[in-house]
Design a binder for this molecule. Structure first.
Ligand SMILES: [Zn+2]
Length: 403
């Protein structure tokens, strides 16, 4: 599909603002944010070194200084969501620029919080995932303030807690707002425009047996051996998924067995085993269908083993897929901006990972600076040129949609 042309009425404003994009502003904010450790505390509570609170306060302060109307709310103690709005003549149309404040852990990472610049890149934990996009959003707000632009709709910046674990931040926003007509999430996509992604659904499959001393295994029932049959029964599940109709951007769903646990000691026949599976689901997939798929493969195992019993747990992960129509104005605006900036046409893609998008209850597209291959690595960086280009793409969306 050919992206629609940019809105001629606002093209002049876009050109005027995009000429003023400042590399030093963006890298200044980016480095300051990298220097604030905001590692996700994962299963634990917020604690020193895991300072979403502190980066939330920093982001709130920057938004305030840029003239935005700021508010914040805690998704959990010490774990804020922060918001900044530039009100226009009307509340709508509205555009949200959204990014998570947390980062993944830093084990094995030498000096993750000392940002440094080398060969056109900024290095440090959180650089591409996703403090770069947060810095680009601030630059958009700065440019609008400096040019004293009166928007016709409203622009909302949004810093979100806990994307890297349970996504409690975006779930909270999905319950309590703010909501907007369209949203951009600047997760590192190498600036590909990604209106869709698969969801992540996980659950435990549990098998049961009868524990006896391992010297008389014939008198017991081995839960691990039963799990081996489960694993075998699911071994061609991916082939079945690949035979179903694909999503135009996401392709096929997938299945992967990820974690297995069972037995306490080798001298006993184990009576319990569990397998955690990861199922990447398409926008059209229902989680109930996933459970039925698994049951259809496991129920027949009773034929050869009348004592065979299994259990499917409640979901261990349940992040829905995202599926914004490619025709959506924000998608078209980003695609046309990308084509203009790079000189070659860009088509919409799916984002490989799961994101906050489906929780926000605002239609969202993923598009951000940096590469997923650097995200979560121990040598994380973002290309400064991509930050500049991202800022211009976001400016294009702002001027197309709410100027
Ligand atoms: Zn991320």
């Amino acid at each position: 599909m050919v992206p629609r042309p940019m809105n001629p009425k606002t093209t002049d404003l876009y050109r005027q603002l995009s000429d003023q994009v400042s590399v030093s502003s963006i890298t200044h904010w980016l480095k300051e944010m990298i220097a604030i450790p905001s590692e996700n505390p994962m299963e634990s509570d917020a604690r020193p070194g895991h300072r979403e609170q502190e980066i939330g306060e920093y982001y709130l302060q920057q938004m305030h200084e840029l003239g935005l109307t700021v508010t914040s709310r805690e998704a959990a103690p010490g774990r804020p969501n922060v918001f900044g709005a530039r009100a226009g003549k009307k509340d709508r149309p509205s555009l949200m620029l959204c990014g998570h404040l947390d980062t993944v852990p830093t084990e094995g990472y030498d000096d993750p919080y000392t940002p440094h610049e080398k060969n056109g890149r900024v290095y440090g934990r959180g650089s591409c995932d996703m403090k770069a996009a947060l810095a680009c959003y601030l630059e958009v707000a700065r440019l609008l303030r400096d040019a004293d632009v009166t928007l016709s709709g409203s622009l909302i910046l949004c810093g979100v807690a806990d994307e890297e674990w349970q996504m409690i931040g975006s779930r909270e926003i999905g319950r309590n707002g703010p909501f907007a007509d369209q949203c951009i999430i600047g997760e590192p996509s190498d600036l590909s425009v990604c209106p869709a992604h698969k969801g992540q659904f996980g659950l435990f499959i549990r098998t049961f047996g009868k524990a006896v001393h391992s010297s008389i295994p014939e008198q017991g029932e081995n839960a691990i051996e039963r799990m081996a049959r489960v694993v075998n029964a699911l071994s061609d599940y991916n082939e079945e998924l690949a035979s179903r109709d694909p999503h135009p951007l996401c392709g096929h769903g997938t299945y992967s067995p990820g974690v297995i646990r069972g037995g306490d000691l080798a001298s006993a026949v184990p009576d319990y085993c569990e397998l955690e599976i990861d199922r990447r689901v398409l926008p059209s997939d229902e989680t109930e269908q996933v459970r039925q798929d698994i049951a259809a493969r496991l129920d027949p195992l009773r034929q050869d083993d009348p004592g065979f019993r299994y259990e499917l747990s409640e979901p261990s992960w349940d992040i829905p897929a995202n599926d914004l129509p490619v025709e959506s104005p924000v998608v078209q605006s980003l695609l046309s901006a990308s084509a203009e900036l790079t000189g070659h046409p860009e088509s919409a893609r799916s984002f490989p990972g799961a994101t906050d998008a489906p929780h926000l209850k605002t239609p969202a597209v993923v598009c951000g600076p940096g590469s997923l291959s650097q995200a979560h690595s121990i040598d994380e960086f973002v290309e400064i040129e991509q930050c500049v280009r991202a800022t211009k793409m976001y400016l294009r969306a702002v001027t197309d949609l709410v100027a």
